[in-house]
Design a protein around this ligand. Structure first.
Ligand SMILES: *Cc1c(COP(=O)(O)O)cnc(C)c1O
Length: 397
């Protein structure tokens, strides 16, 4: 029997606030009722604020984030279209796989896992593409498998600099609503996110932002689509309805989620994540372990992947943490399986929740025999949290 809360330190699903749980404790409702749009229309408008778009639209699908990828591709591209992508972790890899299964011709740059979108290579490839055959550029904003954040504004700058008209697609599943993201300013054509990470919700909604430029591709896009067709969404959403039964219960949770994000203030949300991540990174250093992200420019504020020393199996750490201490850590995926364990630090989270995870990790590290001074990581995080300003103060600076 397990006593006490499960320490949920995976990078999604994240901890669900009581406010959201309560908001979803409602009777099932008539989604064709005359007053349903009074609920949905402000929801669409407020989601645009989360994505920071004024001219774009937002679509909410009843599926996980992966569906958002499919929506992005099928509504804009045709079989054989060239897309430029880069692979540096399991999620960027799966997105390329999805594109290939839809018959796109993907130029996927292989990047060492621990680094992110290679701006120089993107520039070279785009500069060489004088006939503008590359129809879309893909970027995983935050690679959840390795804890690496990439520079999306940098990609926009390259496209603008070269006058290249390719669409810019961003996977923001583990960045939106926790790391700074600016759809309008960065000229992002499709941003994909999901409910179970920064939105602090159960899995089940793909929330995507789409530019007018991407929507205008609809008539010429040759890929087959039905469930994800933007056109059906637009005609019904404009009236406050959906082309099929919406996950209304989850939409109530999403309403509460947006309200919480707005009440805290997005900039404060980002500052809080940055501060909490700083505590985790301080702990990793103090343990004498290495962050999978190869340098501060790649450090993610939502998830940290930690390399175990040669001769140890990261899965032992994860198993021990779960079995003995009821702490869920993220596993290493694919190339980094057995090499890293991951601490998710996004969503509804404060300093003491992070310290709980770090304490659990210390016990598991000790049990598997990885040498370090007990308390070193927790102590470093305590120092970090007490010596840096609170999230509110940081944001006010
Ligand atoms: C979680 C995640 C996904 C996959 O989303 P699902 O909701 O599991 O379909 C895609 N990309 C990134 C970066 C993620 O973190």
């Amino acid at each position: 029997m397990k006593i006490g809360y499960n320490g949920l330190a995976v990078p999604g699903p994240t901890n669900m606030p009581f406010q959201i749980r309560k908001a979803m404790d409602v009777a099932l409702q008539d989604h064709r009722a005359p007053d349903f749009p009074e609920f949905t229309k402000p929801l669409f408008e407020d989601l645009k604020k989360v994505f920071k778009t004024e001219t774009g639209r937002v679509f909410v699908y009843p599926c996980s984030g992966t569906g958002g990828w499919e929506a992005a591709i099928t509504n804009t591209l045709s079989e054989g279209d060239k897309v430029l992508a880069s692979v540096f972790g399991q999620f960027s890899l799966l997105w390329v796989d999805l594109c290939q299964r839809f018959g796109l011709e993907v130029d996927a740059i292989d990047v060492e896992w621990g680094k992110g979108v290679p701006l120089d290579e993107y520039r070279e490839k785009l500069a060489a593409d004088r006939n503008h055959e590359i129809k879309a550029v893909l970027a995983t904003h935050n690679e959840t498998a390795t804890g690496v954040t990439s520079d999306i504004a940098g990609i926009r700058a390259i496209l603008d600099d070269l006058g290249h008209p390719a669409l810019l697609f961003v996977d923001g599943v583990s960045s939106v609503a926790s790391i700074d993201f600016r759809m309008e300013e960065w000229g992002v054509d499709v941003i994909v996110s999901g409910s179970q990470k920064g939105f602090m919700m159960p899995t089940g909604l793909a929330v995507i932002g789409v530019s007018q430029k991407a929507i205008d591709m609809g008539p010429s896009a040759g890929l087959k689509r039905c469930f994800f067709d933007f056109r059906d969404m637009i005609t019904t959403n404009d009236q406050g309805y959906f082309p099929y039964t919406p996950a209304a219960t989850l939409l109530h949770g999403l309403r509460a989620s947006i309200d919480m994000l707005m009440e805290e203030g997005l900039e404060n949300v980002f500052a809080r994540h940055h501060r909490l991540a700083g505590g985790v990174r301080a702990a990793v250093d103090a343990w004498g372990l290495r962050n999978c992200a190869q340098g501060p420019e790649w450090h993610s504020d939502t998830v940290t992947a930690i390399l175990v020393p040669e001769g140890f199996d990261a899965n032992d750490v994860i198993q021990t943490a779960y079995q003995k201490y009821n702490l869920s850590l993220g596993a290493g995926l694919n190339k980094v399986a057995g090499k890293v364990f991951r601490i998710g630090h996004l969503g509804w989270l404060n300093e003491i929740m992070v310290l709980q995870s770090l304490g659990g990790v210390e016990m598991a590290l000790r049990d598997v025999g990885i040498p370090f001074e007990p308390g070193a990581g927790v102590g470093a995080a305590v120092k970090h949290f007490t010596e840096t300003s609170s999230a509110m103060q940081l944001a006010a600076e």
